[in-house]
Design a protein around this ligand. Structure first.
Ligand SMILES: Nc1nc2c(c(=O)[nH]1)N[C@H]1C(S)=C(S)[C@@H](COP(=O)(O)OP(=O)(O)OC[C@H]3O[C@@H](n4cnc5c(=O)[nH]c(N)nc54)[C@H](O)[C@@H]3O)O[C@H]1N2
Ligand SMILES: Nc1nc2c(c(=O)[nH]1)N[C@H]1C(S)=C(S)[C@@H](COP(=O)(O)OP(=O)(O)OC[C@H]3O[C@@H](n4cnc5c(=O)[nH]c(N)nc54)[C@H](O)[C@@H]3O)O[C@H]1N2
Ligand SMILES: [Mo]
Length: 678
């Protein structure tokens, strides 16, 4: 982003036209980031709660007082029988910058001996499963996707959630690539594809095994690649041939047999075929296994060998920045410190068996009251009188409403940071364009002040943000590419250029010659590490936890599978408070098929109540054939306080976690719908 500043005020913002991925294009949300920064509701001063929890009644206090109150309370908690582990840090994707996202904050909590947070709410099912199978995250150079001849968007709404990749793929299409989308919902991406395959939610691994069945049956596999670069192929072949014939796969997935066969042949016979596998399939009970089984496919056909071929989950493992162990000072973590899964925050706050209980929570870069599964339990937890809650925020979110102390945080225009990416190979420097508004401070500075108040070892925090950037850029052995990838990239060169591409050969395809960074050096269809964990060692299919087939009793009461992906106008819950973005998103909407609507007397536009045993929320029905019967879709994480009923779709989602990677299962969710009384 390039920002024009006049008299200390940001006046204009645009994308950098020299950036090879964005080419200067910014999405609507980010294009109006200046208005977001100067928005009249920005939190600009430290606040102390003066009303009951949840009532959002605060008074302004000074930074000195805020730090005093917080440190006094944290010291009390640490001195109590519950000890330091009853403090829980809670952070995620508000900023993904290395400094404001995971630097001094981590040092602070590690030095206190606080509980660790397992950051599972987004990507761990796929990361863990892909790492088991390939040794790292499935990746290619996204810029080489212009050479793809077949692009499969598998559980990925790419045109909405990754518009820059979509633009690159447009070039591939111009060169003749076919585009397929596998999704229970005709998303914007599915709409723009050549072929939409409306699969039943949570059954993707079965489809992948059906594809393998056809490939093995018709001998369409790449024998040499399999021989040289894979492990356990005979076992996988046997499983696919014996257990996943297209007729059975069709029953599981709802995809008809001719489509399965056609897809398999097309996939196997197009050398440069790319699977963009993303998060849709991961947010189910079997989400880990789905990613694992799908990432076996390009090794079966040898797609990795061809520019533009392979599978693409994330490039985030490519960056050899200073390893997190030393940068975040993980050596300070007291041995035996417990971890709490962030996708089970409700349980962590409400479960009386927690030993020690969570008595203090410090939230930053996250809005758990809006984004966490099983919201009613999360809110019950945040309402606890005996829970001390600190929230670092830019805006008065649903979460700040429950805070004892709110601390004002800067935005990207006001602080330093350094950004890697999960969608390309560049490093970016984020220079502050303007001074912090009001009394707001970067997270780094807030943790410096808190560390001083807690009398922690000052050598951990005595560094400027610029020092931290220099430190973060010290190359390490931690990435697939090794330290060489950072050659020629440092603070000064980044200041000059703004961004730089890692030293990775153009159109780099990591597995063209095999060389998988697994223990065996092969793509592991069969994994002894899974076996050691007592899990199915072979790529397979884990059924959803909640579906008419896997939980028929539950489905009697709640027969519909509810999927709740992001709204194009919001970024998770960020931007969802801005008038112009709300206008774009229109109103909370439930997409329902004509059959399911008719069976419930629901007409287009009616207000409906969506509910299950966990909770309920309201939306307006949109009766469409864009979902399979049996599936309903509610896009977007509206702020609870902005919508009728004061709850969003997460009122119904589950705290169950995935088979591999302990990830959230937002889309594995049975519910029922009725016409709302109000
Ligand atoms: N505009 C916008 N862009 C975003 C975000 C945002 O909030 N707004 N969020 C960002 C973040 S943090 C993330 S993690 C990514 C997520 O981006 P994506 O990976 O694209 O994930 P989703 O949009 O959650 O889901 C993708 C599609 O998967 C489908 N799906 C659901 N269940 C299944 C299933 O069982 N099988 C299959 N095959 N498909 C299924 C959904 O209907 C949806 O259309 O987007 C990022 N980009
Ligand atoms: N039902 C359902 N739930 C979901 C999802 C879904 O698809 N469906 N998606 C899930 C996914 S993929 C993700 S990644 C999570 C995301 O969940 P979160 O990580 O909570 O992300 P956001 O909702 O964007 O909230 C981030 C907050 O951080 C604040 N923030 C931004 N920058 C800074 C900063 O520099 N300092 C501080 N202190 N605060 C800052 C923003 O103002 C914002 O309120 O949500 C998950 N929840
Ligand atoms: Mo995410």
């Amino acid at each position: 982003m390039l920002v024009t500043v006049q008299d200390g005020k940001a006046t204009k913002l645009r994308g950098n036209p020299e950036h090879p991925i964005t080419r200067g294009f910014l999405c609507g949300k980010v294009a109006s980031y200046i208005d977001r920064t100067y928005h009249p509701t920005r939190i600009l001063h430290p606040l102390k709660r003066v009303g009951p929890k949840g009532a959002a009644k605060f008074e302004k206090i000074s930074w000195v007082e805020a730090v005093q109150i917080i440190c006094k309370k944290l010291k009390e908690v640490i001195a109590s029988p519950s000890g330091p582990q009853s403090i829980l840090p809670y952070s995620y994707a508000g900023t993904m910058g290395r400094l404001q996202g995971s630097s001094l904050d981590r040092r602070f909590f590690h030095a206190l001996g606080a509980s660790l947070l397992e950051r599972t709410i987004c990507a761990t099912a796929g990361v863990a499963a892909s790492t088991i199978t390939l040794g790292t995250r499935a990746a290619i150079d996204p810029e080489s996707c212009i050479h793809s001849k077949l692009i499969i968007h598998w559980g990925s709404n790419t045109s909405v959630t990754n518009s820059h990749l979509w633009a690159l793929q447009h070039q591939a299409r111009k060169n003749g690539a076919q585009v397929i989308t596998i999704d229970p919902f005709r998303s914007k991406t599915a709409e723009k594809s050549d072929w939409w395959i409306p699969i039943r939610p949570g059954t993707d691994a079965a489809l992948a095994l059906g594809i393998m069945h056809v490939i093995f049956r018709e001998q369409l596999e790449d024998f040499r690649y399999i021989q040289e670069h894979t492990l356990g192929h005979e076992k996988l072949k046997k499983r696919a041939l014996d257990e996943f014939p297209p007729s059975k796969v069709s029953q599981i997935t709802g995809v008809d047999v001719p489509s399965i066969e056609k897809l398999a042949r097309l996939y196997a016979q197009t050398p440069a075929s790319l699977i963009r596998l993303n998060y849709g399939m991961q947010r189910h009970g079997g989400g880990g296994m789905a990613v694992r089984t799908i990432t076996c496919l390009p090794a079966i056909t040898g797609a990795w060998k061809h520019p533009g071929g392979g599978a693409f989950l994330s490039t985030s493992a490519m960056y050899p920045l200073k390893d997190s162990h030393t940068f975040e000072r993980k050596d300070l973590i007291p041995p035996g410190t417990r971890s709490i899964n962030m996708s089970q925050l409700g349980k962590a706050l409400c479960n009386h068996q927690m030993d020690p209980p969570v008595n203090a929570i410090v939230v930053y870069n996250s809005n758990p009251a809006t984004v966490c599964p099983e919201q009613p339990e999360v809110i019950r937890g945040l309402m606890r009188e005996d829970l001390f809650t600190v929230v670092l925020e830019q805006f008065p979110t649903d979460t700040t409403d429950y805070a004892d102390i709110v601390l004002p945080a800067t935005t990207q225009l006001e602080h330093w940071d350094i950004h890697t990416s999960y969608g390309h190979y560049h490093v970016h420097l984020n220079e502050p364009a303007i001074a912090p508004l009001g009394e707001s401070l970067p997270n780094t500075e807030i943790f410096r002040r808190l560390a001083k108040g807690m009398e922690l070892d000052s050598s951990l925090f005595d560094c400027t943000d610029e020092d931290l950037i220099r430190e973060a850029l010290e190359p390490s052995e931690t990435s697939l590419m090794g330290p060489e990838a950072l050659r020629g990239i440092n603070f000064d060169t980044l200041r000059k250029h703004g961004f730089q591409r890692l030293n990775i050969p153009r159109e780099y395809s990591p597995f063209a010659l095999g060389r998988f960074p697994t223990k065996s050096g092969k793509c592991e269809f069969y994994s002894s590490s899974l076996e050691a964990m007592g899990l199915d060692p072979l790529a397979g299919f884990t059924p959803p936890y909640e579906s008419p087939e896997s939980s028929p009793e539950l489905a009697c009461q709640y027969p519909l599978q509810l999927i709740t992906p992001p709204d194009p106008a919001f970024l998770n819950s960020s931007f969802a408070n801005l008038e112009w973005q709300k206008r774009d998103a229109h109103r909370p909407t439930l997409i329902i098929s004509p059959q399911d609507a008719a069976a419930r007397g629901i007409l287009d536009g009616m207000r409906v109540r969506i509910f299950n045993k966990r909770g309920a929320f309201l939306a307006h029905a949109s009766v469409e054939d864009s979902v399979r019967p049996g599936v309903i879709v509610a896009q977007g994480l509206w702020w609870n306080k902005d919508v009728a009923g004061n709850a969003n779709a997460n009122a119904t989602t589950s705290q169950a976690i995935t088979d591999i990677g302990a990830g959230a299962t937002f889309f594995d969710n049975l519910a029922e719908v009725e016409v709302a009384l109000t």
